[in-house]
Design a protein around this ligand. Structure first.
Ligand code: PLP
Length: 398
């Protein structure tokens, strides 16, 4: 008999992205580190800080107290309230429990927003460079992804005319990331107002990924949802991965207009059934009692940013963008005439320093590398010195 298997859904075609090649060097560096080799991993966005001890202890206490059963699917009221209060305070937009749904990380929250807002026949505009998972996540419901450049020669900032030109009658949503990974750009109020004007005049949703809100060094974070006319058309996504060094806990959320609440509620039920109760208790502790720990981490990231920028400034022909926010420095390697992936491979092979080809985040960042500052200052200094020495050995096209 023919050993055929039934077909899988065409959905599977849309969830395979092609960002994988950029990660190969990172994977190789991790494996080398596990073998005890001398590598310096500057290719990852996972904070090296430990989750604050009180957060860990509240999960342990909750477990010891039997918090091991199903938890509220949309998130516990106290947690949703804490998220709402935090957002109200930070953005100035009055937000309550019914606006908030808890998901398993910001990534999962993006997935949920994408499923609820986008489908076949829709176009979704995302400003690139953008986080690598956006491509497949935004396309999963069948929408067509249209990327709009935030050009390198504009400091990777918004070019509103490019955005305007990309809008068609099929456009359903605009996706923004502020502050941005990989560029560290935090949008100004003027930039957000310009996007808001387009969203309102074309009746579009906005999905705003604000996961780096708490790691901003220069300037102030603004949430587009708080601008006039935007609360009813914006889904803000955020989480604790970066602010509290909690990547492995998988806590994120959506803040959405109440008209969407029944849909997010239904989706949490059929997709997730709630994140674990003991993790919700830990998240509550992080939000209510560990703001200072988060600020201390931000201050350390700022010092690290300054170390990386001043060390790399010693290289010839390596223009940098000093990031306003987040945990990455972007460096322009176009003077060395190779692609970001080829450059990163050669750098890793010669020095054991792994960085990421920023071209994986979109064509605007082709010819750039992303250097994470998620390690201590001494290691960062050593890594940067290896990069500078490597560059000195390389011919340039200039
Ligand atoms: C811009 C951006 N969005 C979302 C995520 C995913 O975050 P989480 O760990 O909360 O799923 C990341 C992780 O690096 C990110 O950089």
């Amino acid at each position: 008999m023919d050993n055929k298997i039934p077909r899988v859904s065409t959905f599977t075609d849309r969830i395979g992205g092609d960002g994988a090649a950029a990660w190969e060097i990172h994977v190789a560096a991790n494996e080398a580190q596990a073998r005890g080799e001398d590598v310096i991993i500057l290719s990852v966005g996972d904070p090296d800080f430990s989750t604050p001890t009180p957060v860990i202890n509240s999960a342990i206490d909750a477990l010891n107290n039997g918090d091991t059963h199903y938890a509220a699917t949309a998130g516990r009221t106290e947690l949703r309230q804490a998220i709402a209060d935090d957002f109200s305070k930070q953005s100035g937009l009055s937000t309550d429990v019914d606006n908030v749904f808890v998901f398993a990380g910001t990534q999962n929250a993006l997935f949920a927003a994408s499923l609820i807002l986008l489908e076949h026949g829709d176009e979704v505009i995302a400003l690139e460079p953008m986080y690598v998972s956006y491509e497949s996540t935004l396309r999963l419901g069948g929408a067509k992804l249209v990327t709009v450049a935030q050009p390198a020669d504009n400091g990777f900032r918004l070019d509103i005319n490019l955005l305007k030109d990309a809008i068609t009658p099929a456009t359903r949503a605009i996706v923004i990331t502020t502050p941005n990974n990989p560029t560290g750009v935090a949008m100004t109020l003027d930039e957000l107002n310009a996007i808001a004007e387009l969203a309102i005049s074309h009746n579009l949703w906005v999905i705003s990924d604000e996961i780096y809100t708490d790691i901003i060094f220069d300037g102030k974070h603004h949430s587009i949802a708080a601008l006039p006319g935007m609360a009813e058309r914006t889904v803000t996504i955020n989480g604790l991965s970066k602010s509290h060094a909690m990547t492995g806990w998988r806590v994120g959320w959506t803040i959405a207009p109440k008209a969407l609440a029944p849909h997010f509620d239904n989706l949490t039920l059929c997709m997730l059934y709630g994140i674990p109760g003991f993790i919700q208790q830990a998240a509550l502790t992080a939000l209510l009692h560990q703001r200072d720990a988060s600020k201390e981490m931000r201050d350390k990231y700022r010092q690290r940013r300054d170390v990386v920028c001043s060390e790399l400034a010693k290289a010839d022909n390596l223009p940098l963008i000093k990031p306003q926010a987040a945990m990455y420095v972007m460096a322009d390697i176009r003077a060395y005439g190779s692609s970001g992936t080829a450059f990163s491979r050669a750098l890793y092979d010669a020095t054991g320093v792994s960085v990421l080809d920023a071209g994986a985040f979109g064509p605007s960042a082709a010819g750039w590398i992303r250097i994470s500052f998620t390690l201590g200052e001494d290691t960062l200094r050593a890594g940067c010195r290896r990069i500078v020495a490597f560059l000195q050995s390389q011919p340039t096209t200039m």
